[in-house]
Design a protein around this ligand. Structure first.
Ligand SMILES: [Zn+2]
Ligand SMILES: [Zn+2]
Length: 169
């Protein structure tokens, strides 16, 4: 878990400070599969702007998620460019005026990044937008081996005949 102590920035009201950080991010679950953030820890830029009324916290995070393609199960990668913003009032009057990621000047970067990635996730992660997926009949990868199965027609009369033949044999 990566946290950042805002007191180390030593900024006064009206000042802005930026800091390069590396954030450890927990793997994310989507459609029953685990997706690993790459790189992990992920490099990010934290910017804090302080006013007398409060502080604006901004986080620029570029990270990719790696895991199985929703359709063909091959490796897939989803690049994300997150530009996040939180606000913490000096004397918060309501929940909207405080960020849940800040406690006693310690900013929980891992939780912030994880929640933001979870919100940015699509319904499914694909290896490519037009992934053909796996064949529902034989399970082979249709990207590598495009094919169709001709439906096997069974005539009831032939079925009866082969049944008789099997009895004779
Ligand atoms: Zn795929
Ligand atoms: Zn097939």
């Amino acid at each position: 878990m990566t946290t950042f102590d805002l007191r180390t920035l030593r900024i006064r009201s009206g000042d802005q400070a930026g800091e390069r950080v590396e954030i450890e991010v927990e793997p994310l679950a989507l459609a029953g599969q685990a997706y690993e953030p790459k790189p992990n820890p992920a490099p990010a830029e934290l910017t804090v702007t302080r006013a007398s009324s409060g502080a604006v916290l901004e986080l620029a995070l570029d990270v990719a998620l790696q895991g199985p393609c929703f359709r063909c199960l091959q490796d897939a990668e989803l690049p994300l460019q997150l530009r996040l913003r939180e606000y913490q009032a000096t004397k918060p009057d309501s929940e909207e005026e405080r960020t849940e990621y800040l406690e006693d000047d310690r900013l929980d970067l891992s939780a912030w990044a994880h929640d933001a990635i979870a919100l940015a996730l699509p319904d499914k992660i694909l290896c490519r937008p037009d992934c053909a997926g796996l064949c529902p009949v034989c399970g082979k990868d249709l990207n590598a081996e495009p094919h169709e199965h001709v439906e096997e027609r069974t005539d009831p009369r032939w079925a009866k005949l082969s049944e008789l033949q099997q009895k004779e044999a």
